[in-house]
Design a protein around this ligand. Sequence first.
Ligand code: ARG
Length: 463
Amino acid sequence: MTEAKNLWGGRFTGVADAGFVEFNRSFGFDRRLFAAEVRASGAHCEGLLGAGVLSRDEATAITNALQKILAQAESDEKYFEGPAEDVHSFVEARLIELIGDTGRKLHTGRSRNDQVATDLRIWLRDELDVFSAALLSIQRALLDLAEAQRDVIIPGYTHLQRAQPVLLAHWCLAYFEMFGRDRERISDVRKRVNVMPLGSAALAGTSYAIDREAVARELGFAALSRNSLDAVSDRDFCVEFAAAAALIMVHLSRLAEDIIIYSTTEFGFFELSDAVATGSSLMPQKKNPDSMELVRGKAGRVFGHTVSLLAMLKGLPLAYNKDMQEDKEAVFDTADTVTSCLRVSTTVLRNLRVNEERTGAASAAGYMNATELADYLVRKGVTFREAHETVGRVVLRGLELGVELQELSLEDLQAFSSSIEEDVYEALSIESTLATKSQLGGTSRGQVREALMAARASMETGP
Ligand code: ARG
């Protein structure tokens, strides 16, 4: 396979420095745009036919050759080896190899500047659909876990201190909400990705009577870019993609952290399946949550890509600049990282063992019904501030005696407030602690059941 010559032949008399040629190449990574490049080339060919630039025979020859190029790429592992500069010059060179001068006509009225923007958008569109599907899968896994463990109560935390008991299903639904927002964001980003720059040529627009609407239809784009200068230099969609991906990673890393600490011996709420944990080469007793640690760790890469894209774009003069070649690795790695993290996290959730003994014991201890006692006093006519103060002193007494609130005798309790009666024990029970949280969004059993049903329903209709 030979590369005929540089795409910019005539103007140059000198020879390029070998080190620079290598430095300038992007084929090592932009070959991932190969299928998109072939597809966009086919649509451009149709556009040129419609504009009268290509004859029907020429267009057919090009279309057939593009098919052949696709087929060869699939069957020949070594097809991409060779000195191509980038995916655009690669496909053009193969075309010229196959059909000679007719192949040399395909670049009429287009530029690598509108090609690369078009290819990247076609590629990203598919990745966004992969994200949406992976987000749906993790949401399903969360709902399945919530339903399978619908009776389980865990301590809810603030500052990582025991605060108030919540249903494990409520915890699952919290992450369900986060991934739901991610799905909305992804479908919103997709709207701005799905705009076609092709026809903008290098920067000023194409000089040929190409029916851009028809080309866009062929490529499945919902709209046309309206300004050629903007279209070839806009990478906002890459930044938006990376930023939406960064938030997915924030959510995944918080989930990872919860799972990691809940799986420690100290907490003991969860046990990770052997399928997604590792042992230690030295300490035989260990079971390490590597899967979740990697997810937590990889969040940083995606944040980094978001920032590097912003920094790459900042201050670029209109229109295209070669700096923009740096967008691809950031976008590709973002896509790969998020997809693999979503998949592994889904596997972790699907194989999580819940230790009900530990969650039950932890939820019953640590004065998590203290707020409930204050609310009880409020119901008896005490102001909340006074109730709060009183209960604080009751907790202190419990700590002195080494007992929970419900283990204090009625006499003991009444010493702190004459409003306390026998029915206090009912109010202090864990079930009534849950039951009082019965407003929309709360963790009462009824609310959580409703929320689960609404969540299931939203999966059928959502974005
Ligand atoms: N490899 C280039 C990129 O990724 C393609 C566009 C090149 N355009 C140019 N005028 N050199 O951005």
